[in-house]
Every structure is written in structure tokens, then in C-alpha cells.
Design a binder for this molecule. Sequence first.
Ligand code: GLA
Length: 387
Amino acid sequence: MAFDLFDDFHTRYAIGSVPRLFHAPGRVNLIGEHTDYNGGLVLPCAIDRGTRLLMRRTESRGIKLSSNNFDLMAILSPEEIANKYGDHWINYPLGVIAQFAKRGYAVEGIECLYAGDVPNGAGLSSSASVTVVTAFAINALFGFKLSPLELVHIARGAENEFVGLACGIMDPYAIAMAQSGHAMALDCGTLSCEQVPLQLDGHHFVISNSNQRRELSESGYNTRFDECVDALSLVQESIDVRDLASVSEAQLETLAGKFASREHLFGRVRHVVSEQSRVVAAGQALHTGDLKQFGQLMCASHRSLAEDFEVSTHALDALVEAAMATSGVLGSRMTGAGFGGCTVSLVANDALDRFESEVAACYHSATGLTADFYRVSPADGAMELLT
Ligand code: GLA
């Protein structure tokens, strides 16, 4: 693929210096959903699918962006890049360049070619894969010497401030910092992170794509973010907490009355508080190798996301139900923001083929949709690929 990409680069851009090749993975979140922007815990791992980027600097001023996943090539002057480019994927790299500019680092002449195999809009962080790979490549080519954590903030800032999605730090952090064979137990309140070995003892994480596409910026994601802000204000009238993830289960009991006329907001808080406990328990289950317990926590997480946080859909519920009706499956849940996208299931290796055929059939008869399956392995984070 790398060599084809070089050929493709040279047919799109004029003869010049050799571009450098970078890669950033997608990610799957194993548990800890909608907790990152509430200061809570998450447990994602990077996957062996991602975005490759060939980039080179040019003497002439101009930002040239193209992808072999989409037709359009954008050629913009440095003056033009301050504005959003419609609803296009190009906004992700533009948002990254704007974040560098905000920090005083000018990026005025680059040529870029992207190629990715993370499905778009499926909850596997295709967008953070693009923002992170762009940030890593610019940092290396321009010698800015920013730390990986600063690049994570740049990637998140691109989505928050340019694209307009109030997402948390989980996705860029996981994509930048991942180590192959590990999941990350990340505390999004403190940014302390432990790499947890994923010893799956004859099991595999399988992603099932509902093929019910969602557009995060247009979906209820920002609404959920705002609801959590409102819920936190109400909670803080009674207890002194920094964020929703810091509310204890005991404190939660005392709060129900406060939400008497706003039941749905109480559900949002209950999800964040209970999910926080599940991530702690899931981390312990991984340490002790108790995959059965891990699977049960995945299922409980899905129920909470469906009933209390209300971000699941009929299609995602149908996928989880079909997965859990298949023997050899320890757990299953929606992953990512929800409103469509993917589920992740923990499946015994000898049940993988059966899983895919049975889930596909059940899912199709429940929804009329065709699912796709990806057997993923925990991969490394963003890096330059030396060719
Ligand atoms: C999206 C966001 C993340 C996180 C998840 C839900 O992937 O980008 O920050 O909030 O949804 O857990």
C-alpha cells in the first residue's frame, strides 16, 4: 500500500522532494463511554486499521490536501484556511493547522495525500485518526518539537474549535499513545494513564459495524455534552464535585429529588456514575484475567448507554442481542458515541466464524441492514513509517 501511495502522490503533485510517510490508527473503546468529557475513566485500545499520510513541505505558499478515499483535492492559500470548508473531511486537517497557528506555529506550504481504512462515521475514530496523523506529520516536518500530549490537545482542539464537536480527549489520546497488545486505562480528569496488557486467553475483540451511519456533529452528541453540563450545575448545588465522574454511588442516591422534573438528566448522571464503577471493575478483571466478568461489564455498559444515556439505536441493540444469543460470546456493547456506528464483542476464537454468520443473519432479519465485521488486534499509536 505504501508504494502505491507514493505513486499516487507523484501523479497528484509536481516533481519535488520525497514526501514522508506517517500512520495513525483508529481506536475501539472497550468500556467507559461518554465519561471522557465528564472527567472520568475510559479503556480504549488502538486497532490495526488507520490513516496513512504522505506529506512534504513546499517552498511556495499553499495547503494542498487530497485523499484517495474521496474525490476532491483542496488547494488553499494560507489566508483561506481560517474558514471552514463546508462539511468536508478537509476541515479536520484545517482545524489542526489552525491549532498550530493559535500556538504561534505557522504552516504555510504543504502537500498531503491521505489514505485510510477506518470506516467513516462508525465510532472507530476515523476523524481523530486524521487529526492526530496530521499533527504528528506537521510537528515532524516543521521541527516544532511539540510533545505527544500537546499534539493530542491540538487534535482535540481541531474538533472542538474548528469542526464544532464538543468531544473529549479519549480518541486523540488513545490514537497518539497506544502500545500494541495493550489497552489504556486513562483517567480523563487527571490524564494519568496505565497501559494494561490485553491477555485475551483464546478470545478476540470483534467489531460489528451496523452500517447505520451517523454524523457526529449533526447528531445528539453535542446535546448530550450540554445536558451533562446542565446536570453538573444541578449536582453542584448540593455537593462539591469537580465533574460528574467524581459523584459517588452513595451521593447519587441523595440527588434524585433534585432532578424531579428533569428525569432524563438524572439518567445521564446515573450512567456516568455507574460507568465509572464499571471501568474500575473492568480494569481489575483484565488484571486478574477474569474475562467472563469483563464481558458482563460490557453488557451492563450497553444497557446503561441505551436506557440512561439514550445513545443506542434499534440497530445497535439488535447487534448486541444477536451477539449475546451466540455461544462463545462473553460480552457485547455499542462503542464510541452511539447514534449508529459499531458494537464491540468479546468472542472465543473457536466461535469467530459462527459469530459472524449468526449475527449477520439475525441482524439482517431484525433490521434489513447488512453488518460488517472486523477482527481487530490492539495496535501501536501514531508514528512515522520509515520507508
Ligand atoms: C466520541 C468522542 C469521544 C467520546 C466518545 C464517547 O468518540 O470523540 O470523546 O466522548 O464519543 O465515549
